[in-house]
Design a binder for this molecule. Structure first.
Ligand code: GLV
Length: 291
């Protein structure tokens, strides 16, 4: 921060002194009472890509512009995570782990990446790059969006009908949607029933995209064969949660991607400069759309 913002006074919550003096804030999750304590904000910069926790906060001052992280390295880390778990499942990683556990030599027929369809919900900065990387790797990639977009190498499915087509075709389903009222709970029983049977779910969006109570039944009924979850309704995932003990579920602790500290500090500094100069803000969130 000191490097990115030379000459600026940086205060760290909750030791902000007189909150009326604070004009720009960098925040991951707003703490209760934070916005009431900072009545003269001119800009808020989120440290993450998803800004649902700001939009869910009734005290967020709607006239204050909110920018989120947009960064190639951030998206690249996410694409790496999605590629890693896609390859793990494509190359029968779970089967070989179980075989090793029971000391059995059980080769399986190999398939090419081109035999596997990966469906990605959302083709924004994260989903778009993940789609490109997977397509480059040889997978058949479909992406679901609200508005048509050109994406060479990726089949773009639009709207409700497009979703049905994508689900029926996908061996692996990746969620990279923003969390909004329209997408909350989208990963539910109804959606799992429309998937190609035995598909793998990778959820790297937000915990509340998934109706958690519907996941284990979908695995039991064979709609899904496995799930990789990086985000949860409650984080950290409570110790007694059923997901921990289910071998079909892989859990990572919200680590699929994050922007580097240097990038975040530079992005914040750039946003402050732009706000002061009245220039367009990079990564400005449309508060009604929710991303
Ligand atoms: C992390 O979850 C983010 O939104 O950046």
């Amino acid at each position: 921060m000191a490097e990115a913002l030379p000459g600026e006074e940086v205060r760290v919550w909750p030791d902000v002194g007189d909150g009326r003096e604070v004009s720009h804030a960098l925040i991951w999750r707003p703490q209760p009472g934070l916005f009431d304590a900072l009545p003269n904000l001119r800009l808020v910069c989120a440290t993450g890509a998803g800004v649902d926790h700001f939009l869910a906060d009734p005290t967020y001052p709607r006239h204050v512009p909110l920018v989120r992280q947009i960064d190639a390295g951030f998206a690249r880390r996410m694409a790496d995570y999605v590629l890693a778990w896609t390859l793990f499942h494509h190359r029968d990683g779970r089967h070989y782990q179980a075989s090793q556990h029971s000391r059995q030599w059980q080769p399986r027929a190999m398939r090419d990446a081109g035999d596997i369809t990966v469906g990605i919900l959302g083709l924004g900065q994260m989903g778009g790059l993940a789609a490109d990387v997977l397509a480059h790797h040889g997978f058949c990639v479909r992406g679901w969006v609200q508005r048509p977009q050109a994406r060479p190498g990726v089949t773009v499915d639009v709207g409700p009908e497009g979703l049905t087509q994508l689900l029926a075709a996908s061996d692996i389903l990746v969620n990279l949607l923003p969390l909004t009222p329209a997408t909350r709970g989208i990963l539910c029983r109804d959606l799992f029933q429309r998937l190609k049977p035995g598909a793998v779910l990778i959820n790297v969006g937000r915990g509340p995209h998934l109706v958690e109570a519907d996941l284990i039944p979908a695995l039991d009924h064979g709609h899904l064969s496995a799930a990789v979850l990086d985000v949860f309704q409650t984080e950290p995932l409570p110790e007694d949660h059923a997901f921990w003990g289910d071998p079909r579920i892989t859990i990572t602790p919200h680590v699929s991607s994050s922007a580097s500290e240097t990038t975040v500090a530079r992005h914040f500094a750039d946003a402050i400069r732009r706000e002061r100069a009245g220039e367009p803000l990079f990564g400005l969130v449309d508060l009604t759309r929710g991303y």
